[in-house]
Design a protein around this ligand. Structure first.
Ligand code: BJW
Length: 239
């Protein structure tokens, strides 16, 4: 392990409150496509055509077709060693907060609880008229007759205020924030590592490549989350 990794592991070991802030990259090794980059979902689909409320108003069936296709991908995927390392970590630190931008539900399936889902969940629907949130059960219309939509935060939509405030508070008060597999491009979620850093917390970034966050992170651990995270947790808490 490089000196950087040793020092990062030491900070993790000393931490009393750790925030794990994850993005699409942590699920990539499970087979869930990321959004941006050469293999990204949005190489083939323009987000502005599908992931926004106007697109849904224009053509709900087309948007649902895209989400049903993505559900079918996620359904065939299993949590990987990166997800599991965060479950292990939670058993070793006094307090952990798992905050994800992912909508795939793989953290829960790995055994993490609670999981703060900033951008919603692909397995939930919301009635466009009544606002009721329910598990997805195949139907696209509510009993009231209105369209159900994926319970996902699209571009231009506000994140749930209380959820976001709790996430900000966790970032402000943590000793270490692990930013894993996110391009750190999408606001307001990308503010979390910066809040942690400006409140005196240590920011450890895990990614295949540098991001706009890298220059501000204390540590940049380059590599796949499914390898870097288990190694980091093992190093911080040797049994
Ligand atoms: C690995 C790896 C491995 C790979 N190991 N690493 C101009 C116009 C319009 C809007 C805006 C604008 N400028 C700013 C905005 C705001 C906008 C925004 O930030 N846009 C930016 C793109 C510029 N934000 C919003 O619109 C948000 N809402 C908002 O601001 O509301 C304001 C408001 C306030 C009050 C009232 C009303 C409104 C909402 C954002 C919602 C984001 N939703 C999405 C799509 C959901 C739909 C869907 O899934 O179908 O959520 S966007 C998409 O990006 C998705 C993700 O959660 C999010 C973040 O992506 P993430 O996770 O970082 O993935 P990638 O693919 O970008 O990166 C993967 C990374 O992993 C890479 O770095 C790889 O290297 C790495 N990696 N394999 C480790 N194995």
């Amino acid at each position: 392990m490089s000196p950087d990794r040793t020092e990062a592991a030491l900070r993790l070991r000393r931490a009393r409150h750790v925030v794990a802030f994850t993005g699409a990259g942590i699920s990539a090794e499970s087979g869930v496509p990321t959004f941006r980059g050469p293999q990204g979902l949005w190489k083939n689909y323009r987000p502005e055509d599908l992931a926004n409320p106007i697109a849904f108003e224009r053509d709900p069936e087309l948007v649902w077709e895209w989400y049903r296709w993505r559900q079918s991908i996620v359904q065939g995927c299993e949590p990987n060693a990166g997800h599991r390392a965060l479950v292990d970590l939670a058993g070793k630190v006094a307090r952990t907060s798992l905050i994800t931008q992912n909508i795939d539900g793989l953290h829960e399936r790995a055994g993490s609880s609670p999981v703060v889902e900033l951008h919603g969940n692909i397995w939930k629907t919301r009635c466009t008229k009544e606002g009721t949130v329910r598990p997805f059960q195949g139907e696209l219309r509510c009993q009231c007759g209105a369209w159900l939509r994926p319970h996902i935060v699209w571009f231009g939509e506000a994140l749930d205020r209380a959820t976001l405030e709790d996430a900000f508070q966790a970032a402000r008060t943590c000793d270490v924030l692990l930013a894993v597999g996110t391009s750190a491009l999408v606001a307001p979620a990308n503010m979390l590592p910066l809040l942690a850093r400006s409140a005196g917390g240590t920011v450890i970034e895990v990614n295949l490549e540098p991001t706009p966050l890298t220059a501000q992170a204390d540590f940049f651990l380059k590599g796949p989350a499914g390898e870097v995270l288990p190694e980091l947790v093992r190093r911080a808490f040797p049994s």
